[in-house]
Design a protein around this ligand. Structure first.
Ligand SMILES: *Cc1c(COP(=O)(O)O)cnc(C)c1O
Length: 343
């Protein structure tokens, strides 16, 4: 199957000037009149490095991957959109398990693709053989695997994803936004498969959602295509700077991951004590079902915000794993609401 769009294949990538200079007068940039005192590392009057070179170097070290196999940008959200921009023609099919991250469907609509969701099994288990069969029948351009899956927390293992890759020509995009809270990243296989793209982010495990840094890891051929559709200065200098700093102190993140895993276990065990259906999670959140109507609104009256869902997922909720105090407050409020329902 030919994946890349013809009009994209013929684009010559926009290349900003990267020559060394003594005096820079090539890009109509202004003087550094604001924030001139924040240090030489961050020159806010100059356009950012369009390739996010330093950031990609640090990501490369973090993942043990060649920086040439990485594209960085404004969150994995931008990465999802870039994949569609490069590969989706009107009417192409995009396949995914459902429920899953809603942005796949939203971007499918924006790019006039047809989104097809395969229902997960009982307990939201995702059956790779069903996915492979469906892919053979409908020949999707792209298959999205959210792993671990948002909102269910379900994790597919490497062998299942490799089985999928060995049985399809479709582009397989594995969204690993939460993989640090689990294990089984597909990053190590990017050179083994022509059709594998892995998406990652600093928004969750690194706790840096505000700076909007996400990135894609894939083989050189796909990376070259993505670079053609990416806008030249997509990631601002402040985000690049903060991202580099964080990656250089990644021990902090590893420590935080352990903390979240501990709290996830605590929260899971506490939820299990209630008449609630709780699903095991590999992310920094827990998915559960309660028959109490409008549970989210009742919690909100007590100042607590959780995620609710509509339609097929009415009565299902997703709560983020907080710190111990936040989790205790959530459990306390939940207990009050449930006791109130029974009285
Ligand atoms: C949170 C999340 C992201 C991250 O998006 P960013 O744009 O990087 O902040 C990506 N995919 C999934 C499934 C998510 O839940």
């Amino acid at each position: 199957m030919k994946l890349v769009k013809e009009n994209i294949e013929n684009i010559n990538k926009y290349e900003p000037n990267k020559k060394p200079y003594r005096i820079k007068l090539d890009a109509n940039e202004g003087e550094n009149i604001f924030f001139s005192d924040i240090g030489d590392e961050l020159k806010l009057n100059l356009y950012p490095d369009g390739d996010s070179s330093l950031l990609r170097d640090e990501i490369g070290k973090y993942l043990n991957v060649d920086p040439n196999n990485i594209v960085a940008g404004n969150g994995s959200s931008e990465m999802i959109e870039l994949v569609m921009k490069a590969f989706i023609d009107k009417g192409d099919i995009i396949l995914s398990f459902i429920p899953t991250f809603s942005m796949y469907q939203i971007f499918s609509q924006i790019y006039s693709a047809k989104f097809i969701g395969i229902n997960s099994n009982e307990n939201f288990v995702q059956d790779v053989d069903v996915l492979i069969e469906e892919a053979k029948n409908i020949k999707p351009k792209i298959i999205f695997i959210c792993n671990p899956n948002n909102p269910t927390g379900y994790l597919m293992n490497k062998y299942e994803i490799k089985k999928l890759l060995n049985n399809t020509d479709s582009l397989v995009v594995v969204d690993e936004a939460y993989i640090e809270f689990a294990q089984g990243s597909m990053v190590e296989y990017i050179s083994q498969y022509e059709n594998l793209i892995v998406l990652r982010t600093l928004s969750k495990a690194f706790g840096l959602a505000a700076i909007r840094v996400g990135y894609m890891v894939s083989n050189k051929h796909i990376i070259d295509i993505i670079n053609k559709v990416k806008s030249p200065y997509n990631l601002n200098s402040i985000s690049q700077y903060v991202g580099v700093k964080a990656l250089r102190e990644k021990e902090k993140m590893f420590q935080y991951i352990e903390e979240v895993k501990k709290e996830r276990k605590y929260l899971y065990n506490e939820l299990k004590k209630f008449p609630i259906e709780v699903y095991p999670s590999n992310g920094n959140f827990i998915f559960f079902k309660s028959e109490v109507s409008k549970l989210d609104e009742k919690l909100n009256e007590k100042g607590i915000l959780i995620r609710s869902f509509s339609k097929d997922l009415e009565n299902y909720y997703r709560v983020t794993v907080g710190n111990r105090w936040e989790n205790e407050e959530f459990i306390k409020s939940l207990k009050e609401i449930l006791e109130n329902e029974n009285s």
